[in-house]
Ligand binder design. Structure first.
Ligand code: BGC
Length: 772
């Protein structure tokens, strides 16, 4: 039978799918229509549905337009990734995933297309609202939690967009040109984490090219790295319409082309004429059958959630996602009896999700004004203040502003809702700048003139510049919060929920400060990732630049004190960091604790600090608790291009335990043994490399000492203070003879060959280490 259940490993031999004809196998490798795989009626293989994702279900109604945007089955719209990620809350995110999985199961959806875990390389990316972070550990850990949650309900996840889909401009063909280290350490690391930790049923390959090769046709990416190195056993599905050469894609390791394709017969012909290896089709068909099998066995959820339960979860998670950026003099939380002017159209017409394939038809939609009114006991007035439509007359704009200023003037506190109109950010295109519309900034300035007790609430999917940050006493980053965001905003404003979200993306002072500024979005279908490893806070912190609000930042209505961190190596070689955190304020709260590592004196380029672990502690007022953070050894590794593998460098690492990347509370040093690295020596190896070699190093050291002893003239021609050993460090060993001749010493060329031969002896290696 076609049934492949029971095995975790896919055995992709002909025997497994012996009952299928070549035509049937080929047919399985593309969709029957926009959302479904092809059935094989003869063998009872059903068609299964894959649909969006990622923060709610977008299941097209039968008979709707094929994109289905705007006409999907109502589903809970949970906070999009930009918000949910700011919770840094693994358990909560897993619960959201499980709820999403349950809704999918009830709708007979086999695979939810998400989460999106691409790195936020530039604040301009139009799809940043769908992504979790500028940091791969955050994206990987939280992405894995979403996958685990979704899959716990017998529904598959599709981790997307694999890989390096960090912009929307020219997304169908742009080549992301990335050096090996940033590719591995920044852009693939999160995917690796999700694949290894959560075993997603599917991975969706991206539209774009990576270093010139389409992701859908990249054998290195889909087969060598994803399956070979990371052990991925699921289905690789194309992004919708990402395949231009089906044969090249199947050869590279793509299993399922979506949506439907008319070229199944070409696949058959290619196998027959030998241009496509039959095993590729067999393997893809077997994996798809196993996916069908899993979907059939999975969908265990038959009972709908209790009325309102998912909306309540959407509200809870939205509350956790809000980031309190600033709160001077404790202006927040607001007393319920205050007279409040609620200003801004987002208070009544929330921006709660982003545009494009992730647009969900929510089951319900709360707005902040109504929710504020429900909680407030004082007077609440509202004024729109501005109109985001493009065709508003100057007269109307002035009228709206005057009305809002009058409302603010008469209130104790003005709560001003600012944000990005939907048209400014969406899947499919990038933003041109990070500015809020001018009319909103002018409105805010006018409100501040009459009422300094002003709180700004932001609605935006990508970060925005905050030129007013110094003037406004309180700023709440409300992102796009999903269908229950209005209630969550009210909860945080009045202190029903103590905010605990923190930024997973730096808010720069100016766009021009951002790392990819000069290399985004590229030209002529190439974008060079010129900033290399220095993405997000890795850039701002290493360059010691001013930022508006740093990565990891977020305030609470209470305060937390950190004691002194300790660190030790556990049985797995991981670093276990412990620190006691105390809630020193008057109310209960939750603190997201972060651990960054650094290796001062490293022999490779490294950011000033890199996040390697995080956790959160919930504490009552006055309570203390020990937080434990595990820095995985593998997360300490860098990608060594000399040996093409991960290497942990030797050395005393600094572990910084922090409340944000700019708020380091305690620092501890820990010695880590490096991985052995065998670098074959040759005549072009530098003297420094030879000296670092465990066998050749000592031999050369003593040879050099005696050569230098006899080279009195060399010392004479060196100006005082020149460090000869540093000068020689990068000199190729093969040319040492020339150097020696110039200084009157003699070097026998045979000695160099003997030295290299000695180093070449098997099983010898040098340990990666920091100098000194
Ligand atoms: C998007 C994917 C989405 C797919 C199906 C594509 O255009 O890039 O994220 O899952 O469409 O709607």
């Amino acid at each position: 039978m076609w049934h492949l259940s029971g095995t975790m490993d896919i055995v992709t031999t002909d025997a497994d799918i012996a009952e299928l004809t070549l035509e049937e196998k080929a047919s399985l490798t593309s969709g029957v229509n926009f959302w479904y795989t092809k059935p094989i009626g003869r063998l009872g293989v059903p068609s299964i549905m894959l649909t969006d994702g990622p923060h709610g279900l977008r299941k097209q109604r039968d008979g709707a337009d094929h994109l289905g945007i705007g006409d999907s089955v109502p589903a809970t719209c949970f906070p999009p990734a930009v918000a949910l990620g700011s919770s840094w809350d693994v358990a909560l995110i897993e619960r959201v995933g499980a709820a999403l999985g349950a809704e999918a199961a009830l709708e007979h959806v086999a695979v939810v297309l998400g989460p999106g875990i691409n790195i936020k390389r530039s604040p301009l990316c139009g799809r940043n609202f769908e992504y979790l972070s500028e940091d791969p550990v955050v994206s990987g850990v939280l992405g894995a939690a979403l996958v685990a949650g979704i899959q716990s309900r017998g529904v598959g996840a599709s981790v997307k967009h694999f890989a390096a889909n960090n912009q929307e401009s020219d997304r169908m063909r742009v080549s992301a040109d990335i050096d090996p280290r940033p590719l591995r350490e920044i852009y693939l690391r999160g995917f690796q984490r999700v694949v290894e930790d959560a075993q997603p049923w599917t991975v969706m390959c991206a539209y774009n090219r990576i270093n010139g090769v389409y992701a859908s046709q990249d054998a290195w990416l889909l087969t060598q790295v994803l399956r070979g190195e990371w052990g991925f056993a699921g289905v690789v599905v194309s992004d919708w319409g990402a395949v231009s050469d089906r044969i090249a894609a199947l050869s590279a390791g793509l299993d399922l082309e979506m949506p439907g394709s008319l070229s199944d017969d070409r696949v058959v012909a290619a196998v027959r004429d030998g241009s496509l290896d039959r095993q590729c089709v067999n393997a893809a068909a077997a994996r798809i059958l196993r996916l069908v099998d899993r979907a059939q066995a999975g969908a265990a959820v038959t009972t709908p959630p209790a009325a309102g339960a998912h909306h309540a979860l959407a509200r809870e998670s939205a509350g956790r996602s809000i980031v309190l950026l600033k709160n001077d003099d404790g202006i927040l939380p607001l007393s319920k009896s205050r007279n409040i002017a609620v200003i801004g159209e987002f208070a009544t017409q929330p921006r709660y999700q982003g545009g494009g394939s992730s647009m969900i038809k929510p089951t319900r939609l709360d707005n902040a004004l109504d929710e504020i009114r429900l909680l407030a006991t004082g007077k609440v007035v509202h004024a729109a203040g501005f109109d985001s439509a493009t065709d508003v007359s100057a007269q109307e704009a002035t009228r709206l502003r005057r009305e809002a200023v009058a409302a603010a003037d008469s209130a104790d506190t003005a709560v001003v809702f600012l944000g990005l109109p939907a048209r400014l950010e969406s899947e499919g295109y990038d933003r041109d700048d990070i500015d809020l519309p001018v009319q909103q900034l002018e409105l805010l300035a006018a409100v501040l003139e009459v009422n300094p007790n002003t709180v700004v609430v932001l609605s935006n999917g990508g970060v925005v510049a905050l030129p007013f940050a110094a003037e406004v006493p309180a700023i709440m980053e409300g992102w796009l919060l999903g269908q229950a965001g209005g209630g969550a905003i009210a909860d945080v404003l009045f202190g029903e929920v103590n905010p605990s979200g923190k930024l997973t993306e730096t808010i720069p002072v100016r766009l021009a400060d951002s790392p990819a500024y000069l290399d985004f979005p590229g030209e002529f279908s190439h974008v060079r990732y010129g900033e290399g490893l220095f993405v997000g806070y890795r850039w701002y912190d290493t360059r010691d630049m001013e930022v508006a609000f740093p990565f990891g930042h977020g305030l609470s209505y209470t305060t937390f004190e950190y004691r002194t961190a300790t660190a030790g190596i556990d049985d797995h070689g991981d670093i276990e960091v412990r620190i006691v955190v105390t809630n020193t304020g008057a109310v209960a709260g939750r603190e997201v604790v972060q651990a960054y590592t650094a290796l001062p004196g490293s022999r490779i380029a490294r950011p000033r600090r890199e996040l390697k672990a995080f956790t959160s502690v919930a504490l009552d007022s006055g309570e203390s608790r020990e937080a434990t953070l595990t820095v995985r050894r593998k997360d300490l590794a860098y990608w060594d291009t000399r040996v093409d593998r991960w290497v942990v460098e030797d050395g005393p690492y600094t572990v910084e335990v922090a409340a944000s990347s700019r708020d380091i509370r305690s620092s501890v040093q820990i010695d880590v043994d490096g991985d052995p690295v065998t670098i074959p020596l040759s005549r072009s190896s530098s003297i420094g490399e030879v000296l670092a070699h465990p066998v050749a190093g000592p031999i050369l050291q003593s040879a050099m000492a005696s050569a230098m002893a006899g080279a009195g003239e060399a010392a004479a021609i060196m100006p005082d203070g020149v460090d000869l050993s540093r000068l020689l460090d990068s000199f190729p060993i093969g040319q040492i003879g020339m150097l020696a001749a110039g200084s009157g010493a003699e070097v026998d060329p045979a000695m160099i060959d003997a030295l290299l031969a000695a180093a070449d002896a098997p099983d010898e290696g040098s340990t990666a280490h920091a100098p000194g």
